[in-house]
Design a protein around this ligand. Structure first.
Ligand code: ADP
Length: 667
């Protein structure tokens, strides 16, 4: 076994690999870009080496710099994780030349499987079933069109070098064909530098079922069952599970054998995934991924094995730890990918700081693979994944229940997330009943991504009670600090002198203003909420900071996170954003153009054009932001003085962050 390995990756997968290294007594070396200097994977590793600026092509994709880091650290092997350099044959070759073990398959296997055309030829020869199609060398438009006609519509035109769904076109009729071939070729050439195309029968409503394979250097090849990854959005996996629901054991066995045959055909070593489309009892090879897959934890949960440990053992020349007949399959597992993205804005990545981050407690049923901690930023440079939430139980309904419960417990404030979307999927009756096909999310989009709803009464009630408790706590704090703690002016219940003393609290909730009137009663509060009759309420702040609230006899636990006047109420697995509409604050903001200049959207500060104290005229450019690849200039709203500058060039800013403070000159 190795003494020390370098992990050529970041985020959750780097942390995941380090955890196994630690358990095995293998020293770990992290690499990091400028943006990741204080990232979790760097903190977890035994050593860490800086490899360059934030953009991946200048750091995590620099094979030469990473190999130099391995040499400096004295690492004997490199684990590439997934993405970045994991399927890069040139990097694997460079490792070999440098005498460093690449923890992955041999170079020829990466090369063969990197081309969809080449891999299909090999699979055909190995007797692995393929989607009916054309993967010939003759690439003229006439030949491709003739092949498509022979296969029969609908067909899928694919780029041989493709990945991530790029260069793929569904063609439903002859009339669309010539144009689809031409545009797929253009996209393939510009994205992959390789215009080679193939044509497949477009399988209607298929499932995506893939086989985890493992091979050692001694000729042993096994599979560790299958994963069903049919819940996809734009060909990207969202929730995965193992085993595949409703798969007959005879089909499972044949698929496993086909996966093993595929691995043997390319002289495979290490962890790999053979992907199939499954439809009407038949299965068809689509591609092989020559690395550890994002969704590998569901396989670990049902087999009770650590696949990263297997990777290290195989790379060190050991034999596979188990023979095929001894590989267990127990219970059912799901994985959900929690992303910083906004479903209401077409799943646009949501950049910002994770002000509050509480994953559910881990245990035998719940596992959280993450690469971020509270206070970390989700930046524009990398994949906005927050965590993979993995659950296990004896059977599928029980595991799905665990997934719903764990999703409801996950607390994230600071960025928008897809948590409610994942919860809607995990709670969908059709998904609970049976396996679904790859078109499920698109067909059910309207139900799964509900339009912005007004905050329910319970959420407004919780926000109001939290506000009242805070006033109370502040008053107690003042009393404790005062020279006369018994002064009536410091009493927390000082408002309660009349029979019906009350506070009117106003919350901005999207477009509307919701008013909650809080009446003080001897044994709690009476709340007038926007709709319905008055409600009796009680609230206690627990030592953890959480609130226990009782509304009209219903007890619930909630978390309320505040950033200035911004309030996020976390209740029942959903995050609701409100703004306390404080009249004093509003007056101050409206006063004579004085106030805050805020970021219109999340982005990066490109340049700061003024210093604090600068006297400027109306329209003077103050700061330039870059967001969504466009520049936005922040200008002076009036003649006046910049009283503070809160960010520097290169900083990430979240939406509505205060960029500069400004004071308008007297008219
Ligand atoms: P990429 O390498 O770009 O990810 P894949 O070949 O792995 O492309 O396909 C990605 C997804 O596209 C599959 O999981 C499936 O949902 C869909 N897909 C691929 N081939 C077909 C096909 N022949 N018929 C229907 N859907 C397909």
């Amino acid at each position: 076994m190795f003494d020390k390995i370098l992990i050529a990756n970041r985020g959750e997968i780097a942390c995941r690999v380090i955890r196994t290294c630690r358990r095995m007594g293998v020293r770990s070396v992290a690499v990091f870009s400028d943006a990741d200097a204080s990232a979790m994977h760097v903190a977890m590793a035994d050593e860490a080496i800086h490899i360059g600026p934030a953009p991946a092509r200048e750091s995590y994709l620099r094979g030469d710099v990473i190999l130099e880091a391995a040499r400096r650290a004295g690492a004997q092997a490199v684990h590439p994780g997934y993405g970045f350099l994991s399927e890069n044959a040139a990097f694997a070759r460079a490792c070999e030349a440098a005498g460093v073990v690449f923890i992955g398959p041999p170079v020829p296997a990466i090369e063969a499987m990197g081309s969809k055309v080449e891999s299909k030829r090999l699979m055909e020869a190995a007797g692995v079933p393929l989607v009916p199609g054309y993967h010939g060398a003759e690439q003229s438009s006439e030949a491709l069109c003739a092949a498509a006609r022979k296969i029969g519509f609908p067909v899928l035109v694919k780029a041989s070098a493709g990945g991530g769904g790029k260069g793929m076109r569904v063609v439903r009729a002859e009339s669309e064909l010539a144009e689809a071939v031409a545009s797929a070729r253009r996209e393939a050439e510009s994205s992959f530098g390789d215009g080679m195309l193939l044509i497949e029968k477009y399988v209607d409503q298929p499932r995506h079922v893939e086989i985890q394979v493992f091979a050692d250097r001694h000729g042993n090849v096994v599979h560790l069952w299958e994963r069903d990854c049919s819940l996809q959005r734009r060909h990207q996996k969202v929730i995965e599970e193992a085993p595949a629901p409703g798969l007959e054991d005879s089909v499972r066995a044949r698929m496993g054998e086909a996966g093993v045959a595929a691995a043997r055909a390319v002289g495979y070593v290490g962890a790999g995934t053979v992907e199939f489309l499954y439809s009407a009892g038949g299965f068809y090879f689509i591609e092989m991924n020559t690395r550890l897959q994002v969704e590998h934890p569901v396989t670990e949960m049902i087999t009770g094995r650590d696949l990263v440990e297997w990777q290290l053992r195989v790379a060190a020349g050991e034999r596979l730890p188990l023979a095929q007949a001894d590989i267990p399959r127990r219970g059912h597992a799901f994985e959900a990918r929690l992303y910083a993205e906004d479903p209401a804005r077409d799943f646009m990545p949501s950049i910002g700081t994770l002000h509050h981050l509480r994953p559910p407690a881990e245990g035998p049923h719940v596992r959280v693979d993450t690469g971020v901690r509270e206070g970390d930023a989700v930046s524009i440079h990398y994949d906005p994944m927050i965590a993979k939430l993995i659950v296990w139980d004896e059977d599928r309904p029980a595991a799905l229940r665990r997934l719903r419960a764990a999703l409801a417990e996950y607390e994230v404030v600071g960025v928008a997330t897809n948590a409610a979307f994942l919860a809607a999927l995990a709670g969908h009756p059709d998904f609970a009943k049976d396996a679904v096909d790859t078109g499920f999310i698109e067909r059910h989009r309207a139900e799964l991504v509900p339009a912005n709803q007004p905050a329910p009464a319970a959420v407004l009630g919780v926000a109001a009670l939290d506000t009242i408790l805070r006033l109370d706590e502040q008053a107690r704090g003042r009393a404790a600090a005062s020279s006369d703690p018994y002064s009536p002016w410091n009493a927390a219940d000082g408002w309660r002198m009349n029979d019906d003393n009350h506070n009117d609290l106003m919350f901005r909730d999207g477009e509307r203003i919701a008013t909650v009137v809080v009446h003080w009663r001897r044994d709690g509060w009476m709340l007038d909420l926007p709709d319905g009759p008055p409600v009796m309420a009680r609230a206690v702040r627990e030592p953890s900071g959480r609130l226990t609230v009782e509304l009209d006899g219903m007890r619930m636990a909630a978390t309320v996170v505040r950033q200035g006047f911004e309030i996020t109420v976390l209740l029942d697995g959903r995050a609701w954003k409100l703004t306390l509409d404080d009249p004093a604050a509003r007056a101050a903001e409206q006063g004579a153009g004085t106030g805050r200049l805020t970021a219109p959207m999340p982005g990066r500060v490109v340049s700061v054009l003024v210093e604090a104290g600068a006297v400027v005229t109306l329209g003077t450019p103050l700061m330039v932001l870059e967001a969504m690849k466009m520049e936005h200039t922040i200008r002076a709203p009036a003649d006046g003085t910049v009283t503070a500058v809160h960010f520097a060039a290169g900083d990430q800013v979240s939406e509505a962050a205060e960029l500069l403070a400004f004071e308008a000159a007297e008219a």
